[in-house]
Design a protein around this ligand. Structure first.
Ligand code: FAS
Ligand code: PHB
Length: 386
């Protein structure tokens, strides 16, 4: 088999890249380790920056997003028992949209299948070869048969645990990491959201976030231990903790419960030879800033533009600058996500001084238009470079 771009991973990064390349007349093959039902049922991110919404609409996969997405003009910061609204739209002229990542994945899988171009699910033993040459290949096995595809370029969109980053020569890869001493216990519940917008709560017991998936589906998170066992959180204990931290909550049938680890991670460079990393394969942010999926979209915008220039005009300048351009945004978003995490979570080793400084920073933030504007312009999404 032969193609122009071999894409490993059918998450938001891989699927959006395949769609953008297809619209540019560039052929690709997408390889996904899990089943279609698994990737379409994986509850993950939920909040899209304005730029991500615009990108998905421009890519031709945003029709349902425009119909069903919940546009939000603001969010609440809650601390010391009081909520303070940050008017994102008044401060920036932009807004954010709630639309479950799995819904965007469904839309992009449907679009991919409609093109008739290859999207292989449940592949195994994916391996990348000759990435430093102009003729890289990907091999994999499926139903006991070993297969290979010869590519001009490989896009590693296989998330944090995929094989693409591991295929980079270890002597050129630089890794930056911060693992946080806590995690998030997240639930999806059949209950109307307690507020029409998101509530980020700092509380002595720990952080909590009230978000949603629809007018009848609440998505709620609370800070827990890094190695928390969800089984130790029966529904009654969960609802009590959420009510304490958020002030109020609408209870309902819990459909899904899970623990998400918290880390900041960046791997540099994001390109070696004809291998380009995009999305979680290259970076992870703590979900506090709602940036994981949005960063994947930003990487893919640059990569799609670089590959279009290469295949249509033989240009390599943007390919050569891919890593540099993406990392400029990635590090600003890493800082923002780290800052929001430090501002809102309880650090067990923090002394009383640090607790008071945390509350003082929140108090300054909600009473300063300059500080609110700084938060808002990063939360709705910084302007794209490409
Ligand atoms: P993804 O991980 O989404 O996709 C990678 C794909 O590659 C997967 O489908 C995987 O099956 C596939 N793959 C892996 N190895 C492979 C192999 N060997 N061969 C073929 N395919 C392979 N972000 C937020 O903004 N808010 C949140 O609340 C949030 N919650 C999260 C909860 C969890 C449990 C996790 C893990 C992440 C969460 N994220 C959240 C971050 C998440 O949304 C990512 O940023 C987003 O999925 C990034 O998309 P991709 O880069 O496409 O990676
Ligand atoms: C979500 O809706 O899942 C969500 C929203 C905002 C965040 C994290 C997760 O910061």
């Amino acid at each position: 088999m032969r193609t122009q771009v071999g894409i490993v991973g059918a998450g938001p990064a891989g699927l959006l890249l395949a769609q953008l390349l297809h619209r540019a007349g560039i052929d690709s093959v997408v390889l996904e380790a899990r089943s279609r039902s698994h990737i379409e049922g994986r509850i993950r991110a939920g909040l899209l920056e304005q730029g991500s919404v615009d990108t998905l609409v421009e890519a031709g996969v945003g029709a349902r997003l425009m119909r069903e997405g919940l546009a939000h003009d603001g969010l609440d910061l809650r601390f010391d028992g009081r909520s303070h609204r940050i008017d994102l739209h008044a401060l920036t002229g932009r807004r954010v949209t709630i639309y479950g990542q799995q819904e965007a994945v469904k839309d992009m899988v449907a679009a991919r299948l409609e093109t008739g171009r290859p999207l292989h699910f449940e592949v195994e033993d994916v391996a990348l070869h000759d990435i430093a040459t102009d003729h890289p290949q990907i091999t994999w096995s499926q139903d006991g048969v070993t297969r290979e595809v010869h590519c001009d370029v490989i896009a590693g969109c296989d998330g944090f645990h995929g094989p693409s980053r591991a295929a980079m020569p270890p002597d050129i890869l630089r890794v930056y990491e911060r693992v946080y001493p806590f995690a998030w216990l997240g639930i999806l519940a059949e209950a109307p959201p307690v507020s029409p917008e998101l509530i980020y709560a700092r509380h002595a017991d720990g952080f909590a976030l009230a978000t949603m998936r629809s007018s009848q589906l609440s998505r709620l998170y609370l800070q827990c231990a890094s190695d928390e066992d969800p089984a130790l959180w029966p529904d009654a204990r969960l609802w009590e903790a959420l009510r304490t931290r958020l002030g109020a909550v609408n209870e309902g049938n819990i459909l899904q419960k899970g623990v998400t680890a918290m880390r900041s991670f960046v791997a540099e460079p994001m390109r070696h030879g004809r291998l380009f990393l995009a999305g979680d394969a290259a970076h992870i942010v703590p979900p506090t800033g709602a940036k994981g999926m949005n960063l994947a979209v930003a990487d893919v915008r640059v990569l799609a533009a670089a590959l279009t220039g290469f295949f249509h005009r033989g240009e390599t300048a943007l390919m050569d600058r891919y890593s540099e351009i993406c990392l400029k945004r990635i590090w600003k978003v890493q800082r923002f996500s780290w800052w929001m995490t430090a501002l809102l979570h309880r650090f067990s080793d923090a002394d009383p001084f640090e607790h008071r400084v945390q509350v003082a920073e929140l108090d300054y933030l909600v009473h300063s238009e300059a500080a609110r504007t700084a938060l808002a312009e990063q939360y709705v999404g910084l302007p794209y470079d490409i």
